[in-house]
Design a protein around this ligand. Structure first.
Ligand code: ATP
Length: 361
C-alpha cells in the first residue's frame, strides 16, 4: 500500500497576538493511495481548514505535508495533483453539462479531441449521458452534484477533496449520492478525502475515519473500530447512541479489567491501548444499545425497570433505569409476538462477551 498523503506535526494558527486562534494542533496522518478517507467532527473542529491545507488554499503554521511523496510547502492549489468539490458546487449557469465538465480540461490546454473523449467518459461515469446538452437550471440538485463531481474528476487528479458535498441535498438524494460517490471512488481508484459532520455518512462510505475535535485528531481507524472500540468519551458520544456506566475496577489482567456492575455482578471489559487504571478506581465503560439483550427480571447481569419505550417498527428503543439509578438505553429487535414493554416493567439485561469497553479518562 503506497501513501498518497503524509501529514506530520501539522498545525494552523489564524491571526496573531491576542487574537490568535489555534485551529489545528499536531495533526499526524497518512492516507493510502485509493483510500476513501473521512475527516469527521462537529462544526468548528478544523476539518475544513485541514482539507484547505491539503488543497493549498491555506498554509500550515508548522509541520509538513506531502502528496505522492513530494513536499507541498510553497506550492499553490494549481501546482498540486488534487481537485476539490465544495458544498456549493456552483456550476457555470450559461454552459451545458458537457461544457461544464470539459471546462477545467480546456483551461489545462487539452486538445479538442482529448476534451471530448474525457467528457464522454465522465458523462458515462456519472450516468449523465442523456443530459449532456442541458443547462444546470434544467437538471435536479442531485444531477448538478453529479456534474460537479464529473468536472472535478475529469482532469484525473490523484486526490479528490470533498467538503460536505452532499449537505445541500435532501435525505433521500443524499443516501443515493452516498452509494454513487462510493462507486465513483471504487471505479476511478482515486484517493478521496471527504469532510462531513454526519457520523452515519462517515460510517457507511469510508475505508478509514479520523474523528476530530477542537483542532485535534482524537481517533483514527476503520468505521468498525471507531464504532465498536471508541477510545474516548467524545468519540463514543459523537458516533451513535452509547451507554456510559461509571463502574469500579476490581481486577486487571493484561488489557482486560474486571468491573463491578450496578447490582453487584462482575463483568470483564477491554481497556483501550496504553490506559491502565488502578484497582478501586471508578472508570467509565461503554456499551452500545443494540449490544445489550432484554430479558426477564433476574436474568442477565443487570436489572432495571422500563422508564419509557418508543416503538420504531423494526425495533423498540427502551429507556431503562438500572438498580443503582444510572440510565441505560437498549434497542430490541421486534417480532409480531413481542409486546412493547410498558413503563414500570422490571427487566433483566444481558451484556454479551466483549461488548463492554473501558474509555480512556
Ligand atoms: P464546519 O463544519 O462548520 O465547516 P469545520 O470543522 O470545517 O467546521 P473550520 O472551518 O476548519 O471548521 O474552522 C475551524 C476553526 O478555525 C473555527 O473555529 C473557525 O472559526 C476558525 N477559522 C477558520 N478559518 C479562519 C480564518 N480565516 N481566520 C480565523 N479563524 C478561522
Amino acid at each position: 500500500m503506497t501513501q498518497e498523503i503524509e501529514i506530520a506535526g501539522l498545525s494552523k494558527v489564524f491571526g496573531q497576538g491576542a487574537s490568535a486562534f489555534r485551529a489545528l494542533t499536531d495533526i499526524n496522518l497518512s492516507i493510502d493511495t485509493g483510500e476513501f478517507f473521512t475527516l469527521l467532527g462537529p462544526s468548528g473542529c478544523g476539518k475544513t481548514t485541514l482539507l484547505r491545507m491539503i488543497a493549498g488554499f491555506e498554509h500550515p503554521t508548522g509541520g509538513t505535508l506531502k502528496i505522492a511523496g513530494e513536499e507541498m510547502a510553497g506550492k499553490g492549489p494549481n501546482a498540486r495533483p488534487v481537485n476539490t468539490v465544495f458544498q456549493s458546487y456552483a456550476l457555470f449557469p450559461h454552459m451545458t453539462v458537457a461544457q461544464n465538465i470539459g471546462f477545467g480540461l480546456k483551461m489545462l490546454g487539452k486538445s479538442r479531441s482529448e476534451v471530448d473523449k474525457t467528457v464522454a467518459e465522465m458523462l458515462r461515469l456519472v450516468r449523465m449521458e442523456p443530459m449532456a446538452d442541458r443547462k444546470p437550471s434544467e437538471i435536479s440538485g442531485g444531477q448538478q452534484q453529479r456534474v460537479a463531481l464529473a468536472r472535478a474528476l475529469a482532469p484525473r487528479p490523484r486526490v479528490l477533496l470533498l467538503d460536505e458535498p452532499l449537505s445541500a441535498l435532501d435525505l433521500k438524494l443524499r443516501k443515493e449520492m452516498q452509494s454513487e460517490l462510493k462507486r465513483l471512488q471504487t471505479e476511478t481508484g482515486i484517493t478521496f478525502v471527504f469532510v462531513t459532520h454526519d457520523q452515519e455518512e462517515a460510517l457507511t462510505m469510508s475505508d478509514r475515519i479520523a474523528v476530530m475535535s477542537a483542532g485535534r485528531i482524537l481517533q483514527l481507524g476503520t468505521p468498525h473500530d471507531i464504532y465498536h472500540a471508541p477510545a474516548e468519551r467524545f468519540v463514543a458520544d459523537f458516533i451513535g447512541d452509547t451507554n456510559f456506566l461509571d463502574l469500579p475496577v476490581t481486577a486487571i489482567s493484561g488489557d482486560v479489567a474486571t468491573l463491578t456492575l450496578p447490582g453487584g455482578q462482575s463483568a470483564e471489559a477491554r481497556l483501550p491501548a496504553g490506559y491502565l487504571p488502578v484497582i478501586g478506581e471508578t472508570v467509565t465503560a461503554v456499551v452500545r444499545p443494540e449490544q445489550a439483550v432484554l430479558g426477564e427480571p433476574g436474568s442477565g447481569m443487570l436489572s432495571g425497570t422500563v422508564a419509557s419505550s418508543v416503538f420504531f417498527g423494526t425495533d423498540t428503543h427502551l429507556h431503562l433505569t438500572l438498580s443503582d439509578g444510572q440510565d441505560f438505553i437498549l434497542r430490541r429487535q421486534n417480532t409480531a409476538d413481542l409486546p412493547v414493554p410498558q413503563p414500570g416493567t422490571p427487566v433483566g439485561i444481558t451484556l454479551g462477551a466483549g461488548t463492554l469497553r473501558v474509555l480512556r479518562s
